[in-house]
Ligand binder design. Sequence first.
Ligand code: SF4
Length: 705
Amino acid sequence: MSEGNVYRYEDELTSSRQAPEYRPGMPLNERMKLVHKLNYSKEEVIRHTANKAVAEMVSHMDKAGIANTFDRFLQQHPQCGFGLTGACCAFCSYGPCRVNEKHPYSICGKDVDLIVAGNALRRLASGMAAHGAHAREVFIALKAAGEGTAPIPIRSPEKALAVAKVLGFDTEGKSVEQLCVEIADRFIDDLQRSLPKRHDTIFSLAQKERSSLWEKLGVIPISPYHECFEVNNLTSHGTDSDFESHMQAFMRSVVAYAMTTVVSTSLATDIVYGLPQRSKLNVNLGSIQKEGCINMGINGHAPMVAFAICDIVGTPKIMEKVKAAGAEDIKLYGMCCTGGEFVERDLGIPLVAMASSAEMAVATGAFEAIVVDQQDVLPGMMPVARRFHTKVITTSPSGRKEGAIVLELDYYLKNLDKIYELAEQILDIAIDNYRNRDAQKVHIPDIRAKVELGFSVEEVARLFDGSMPEKKIHGLASLLKDGKLRGIVNFGSCGNIRGAVFERNQVIIARQLIKNDVLVTAHGCSGMGLLFAGLAHPDASKLCGSGLQEIVENLDIPPVLHVGACTDSTRASQIMAYTANAAGQANPAMPFAMVAADPAAEKTMGARFAFVMNGIETYSCVQDNTLASDRFIDFVSNRIRGMVGAALNWNPDPYRTAEDILRMLDAKRSALGWPVRDYLIGTREEIEDQIPDTVEIGKSICKNN
Ligand code: SF4
């Protein structure tokens, strides 16, 4: 896939670590050294992160004596080398067992390959459970909206009809509400089944070529609930001890994760909460209003309470209470993937932080309340909130926080019909807390980025001559064929504190790619880094190669198309699949890639391999605790390519990663007989030191418009 190890440019920061390079057969202590060396100090984060607002807040928190993720990370040093490389198992209480060359077997007799595979499997299952819980809430909302058992509107009846048709339902004479109930029942059945049955979500929604391949490989799952159950069963004490069988379960679980906790969730969310809408907005911490405004952060993934708050926040009844509290306005701010759901739907809600920078948003001291539900809401937020007047309110029984106010959806869903009352109670707490704000403690970095976002598949199809019923995007296929576009690359997943400088790798890679005429799609927390770096605005066309520049300027669109939250990887994979369909090719032949630069949360295990199972090469800069096993590394970075046409690629250097991607895209283009032009690698001065003028620094901010 690449011209050996000869690169045109290397990252000074990564090479300064002098980490040994991975080679099969290397001793375990060298592997540990490799991972240990690839860490960065807080000072390096402040100096090199692309997110200057976060850099300012880390310095500010330092001065104020408020600990954050970066401090806690350093306190963990040196991290356990066995844990870092995956050579430790603590599944049963014989353990923990740590294996190395001298003691190659655990107490129960596992070797390092089985231990690494077991750890990876359990992490994957945990991520699948998290997305599955998100999926469950969306399906409950869809069903309740259809049955009328909760005051939840159906905002996109046209999407309900389209999804019903794709699922093969007879739509004749049925109301939208009936269709919503049928869709929800189908998705819930596929999510929770324990006995084998035709997995409709997969066979209706995946490309035929893929579902046939997965069937041939024997990796069609029974359901995500069952695969989670089975992963925990087969990795339990003295059960499965066959590496190949572990990896079969791994692939089966990835398919369950991809299709039945992610794709169906994205479609159901669009039906209930509406399709993305194009809009212009400012993002990052500088979008927070400093004075006269009650500020509420909404953080997490589950949509029901979050959207109910959003629905009523500007109503006359609430505004009356706001004025009575002495404020002029009340505003919501998105964090993490709920923020992603908000910004894509033109609700005028700025996005201010991704998962691990949410603490920095709290430390601005400008929030009356932070409303959180589940997943990626770091416990470290609580001590930060306690330093200010900020109240943390939890709304999900799955995501309570010690010391937070609990105003949640009932575990047995008994208060689903009272969701707006719950939303009003939450708003009341924020409004009442405004009087406690200490203006002296407020510190908001004057840094924000201009973005234009809200790109649905439907909108991309409209822009690029798509025919949706046929699932083809002809315009993108032609641009790829004639060489104006070199490829399409999606950025997703979360961000890591370990092994990377916060929000740096993905920005370097994306800037190199757009410089070389690669159209980028972005979603989830990693995609947010590209928004904060000013790449998702039409004015970022100046950073593009001539081919991409002409395309985005003609259409007045950004070179980075933001497609939403974590589960909206669905949109990116649909855009790729429909372009491949129009080109008459299968995914693995196409110049496509996925970048999850700094994977961290358990969900990112599935997120990356979902693209691999869909035949799309996937790239990361952070290694995810599997380096102890050559057999595992060989499986995920080589052998799997022979099965599904793509694999996982790992390179800690973001400049080299960009070059790896460009070479791979060119190799695919060459195999298709499509024109190939030489690529250019921008230097640090160009890629990192030149901040685009879409990032506004030091401007006085009154209103977010
Ligand atoms: S399952 Fe085996 S390897 Fe894991 S802790 Fe128990 S004895 Fe050790």
